[in-house]
Design a protein around this ligand. Structure first.
Ligand code: ADP
Ligand code: MG
Length: 237
């Protein structure tokens, strides 16, 4: 096993070859200003490396989505910095958004291929990559179905495949099991973990469910916009 503390917000000296996919330093995110300002994220420190399997656990409103959007470069930090030392900007990041939904008029393989098609990949190649990604999350048999013909758990696996088809080096998944029962949620997370292993991507998952967080290698807690480390149980093997 790789050392388990590498996703922790510790301050290490910079090395010449920084392999961090994301380096978040005292990054804060405030919405609004003045009396109505909401500090969604207080100075968060976090580094994500290629082999990381990281859970960010916290209740609704604790700032999980806001932090994920900072990591993805979708929001600019109000103070502090977010950089992607080993990536060419945030472009190599795939996101499964909270409540991700599929386009009703497109079948599953078309939904999965859509970001590639929009990025200019030729249709046949996009379909082939989409089919491979669906197989990785054990959803190959759903390829020709419409979104209304699949379950919530299957839809979340397809949302994961849609990200995987883009071959990201970092996968950010925002409550991918949020609306699912425990067994189905576990299956979705297994799919994400398997896919990350197979593609060599790092994985960051937000969740309010400790049982989901337990399936990841490292856990960090989010409370009222603050990112905290969690005491890890001793490794027994
Ligand atoms: P979580 O994902 O853990 O439920 P969020 O990151 O969505 O938490 O929200 C953290 C806090 O920031 C909440 O108080 C929420 O109301 C607020 N917030 C989130 N997005 C916005 C926004 N676009 N404008 C204003 N406030 C926001
Ligand atoms: Mg959220």
């Amino acid at each position: 096993m790789a050392p388990r503390d590498h996703a922790m917000p510790v301050d290490e000296p910079m090395t010449s070859a920084d392999e961090s996919l994301v380096d978040c330093r005292d990054a804060a995110l405030t919405f609004g200003r003045g009396a109505t300002a909401v500090v969604a994220v207080h100075g968060a420190n976090l580094r994500v490396r290629p082999a990381d399997r990281l859970a960010i656990v916290g209740p609704s409103g604790s700032g999980k989505s806001s932090l994920l959007h900072l990591l993805a470069g979708l929001e600019q930090p109000t103070s502090g910095s977010v950089t992607w030392p080993a990536l060419d900007g945030p472009g190599g990041i795939g996101i499964v958004f909270q409540g991700d939904s599929l386009i009703p008029a497109l079948d599953v393989v078309e939904n999965t291929a859509l970001p590639l098609v929009l990025a200019g990949v030729p249709a046949a190649e996009a379909q082939r990559s989409a089919a491979e990604a669906l197989a990785l999350v054990d959803a190959a048999d759903l390829a020709q179905r419409l979104p209304e013909e699949i379950s919530g758990g299957q839809a979340q696996r397809v949302a994961a495949a849609r990200v995987l088809a883009q071959a990201p080096r970092l996968i950010l998944a925002d409550e991918p099991t949020g609306r699912l029962d425990h067994a189905t949620g576990g299956h979705v997370l297994d799919a994400l973990l398997t896919a990350a292993d197979r593609t060599g991507a790092a994985l960051v998952v937000t969740t309010h469910d400790p049982a989901v967080a337990a399936l990841l290698t490292t856990r960090l807690a989010m409370r009222d916009g603050r990112l905290l480390t969690v005491a890890e149980p001793q490794e027994t093997s």
